[in-house]
Design a protein around this ligand. Structure first.
Ligand SMILES: O=C(O)CCC(=O)C(=O)O
Ligand SMILES: [Fe+2]
Length: 289
């Protein structure tokens, strides 16, 4: 008799390096402690070689094959992805708009059998990620389009400065560009209590390079950062290869769904779940977005 076992995280993650299958063991605790230290020191943590290297080709190919399903759009947006308010003074970040010409493949186009889907939904990955962020647990977004998506940046395109709706972001580069496409960020530039508009305006004006950091990420590395509080962007992709990154959006509380306006911007459509959730959004703070 043969039995078909569900794929285990062991098959996906380099568990010699990141012992996700032994929560609480000394190796697990040491990996978590290193990640926490990096998050505390730099606001961003990169875990090199998280995915087994034997899966890098599959990871790249699976995502490259769904990349054509990305919703391409050029929008004029502010960093909050809200409607610019013309009554605010010139130079206020809510009024400062940029062109965003990138593209996302939504969750409903990423089959559950893909490496990125298996990682995103895996309870041991989630427990590890929660521990790295020093949280009791993290939840997948309840959003049927935004929980897991693939960010496609074709040559010449950048992903301009923005804040994420979700508090904690985890990403996995699936295809690296030849050059450019650098992840840049301003850790904790705002908090749940304060927008810190002056600092945000300074970064947007290019006057606060002291607040900007960058990090090099290779395919298969898991990257953790606090995207709701860290203003961040990806610089323009150079060369002829697109940059593909899978975004694993998690939240502290269950039930988070993107706003109708943001969902339409990102994916070009909304689903009944977004309309039903409008006006009773679950957020952990009272920030603009
Ligand atoms: O592609 C990345 O590394 C980050 C993308 C991002 O910031 C986002 O999708 O919100
Ligand atoms: Fe982001």
């Amino acid at each position: 008799m043969t039995t078909t076992e569900a794929p285990r995280v062991d098959d996906l993650v380099d568990t010699a390096r990141y012992p996700l299958t032994s929560p609480g063991s000394s190796g697990w605790s040491a990996a978590v402690a290193r990640a926490r230290q990096e998050l505390a020191d730099r606001g961003c943590c990169v875990l090199p070689g998280f995915l087994r290297s034997s899966l890098l080709d599959a990871l790249r190919q699976e995502c490259a094959s769904v990349a054509p399903a990305a919703h391409y759009d050029v929008e004029t947006v502010n960093v909050y992805n809200t409607t610019p308010d013309a009554s605010l003074p010139q130079g206020h970040p809510v009024r400062t708009t940029m062109e965003r010409g990138n593209a996302f493949v939504p969750r409903d186009a990423l089959g559950p059998e893909l490496v990125v889907s298996r990682l995103y939904t895996d309870p041991q990955v989630q427990a590890f990620v929660a521990a790295c962020f020093d949280l009791p647990e993290v939840h997948e977004l309840a959003d049927p389009l935004a929980g897991l998506c693939l960010n496609v940046l074709t040559p010449g395109r950048a992903h301009p400065w923005h804040f994420d709706t979700n508090e904690f972001a985890v990403s996995l580069l699936t295809q690296a560009p030849e050059a450019g496409g650098r992840f840049e960020y301003c850790p904790d530039i705002r908090s749940a209590r304060s927008e810190c508009f002056a600092d945000v305006a300074g970064v947007l004006a290019g006057e606060r390079p002291d607040l900007v950091r960058w990090v090099e990420v290779l395919p298969g590395a898991l990257q953790l950062f606090r995207g709701r509080y860290a203003l961040h962007r990806v610089s323009a992709v150079e060369g002829s290869t697109a940059r593909h990154s899978a975004i694993f959006a998690y939240s502290r509380r269950p039930g988070v769904i993107g706003s109708v306006e943001r969902t339409r911007q990102l994916f070009g459509r909304v689903l009944p779940e977004h309309l039903a959730a409008e006006g009773r959004a679950v957020r952990g703070d009272a920030l603009l977005d």
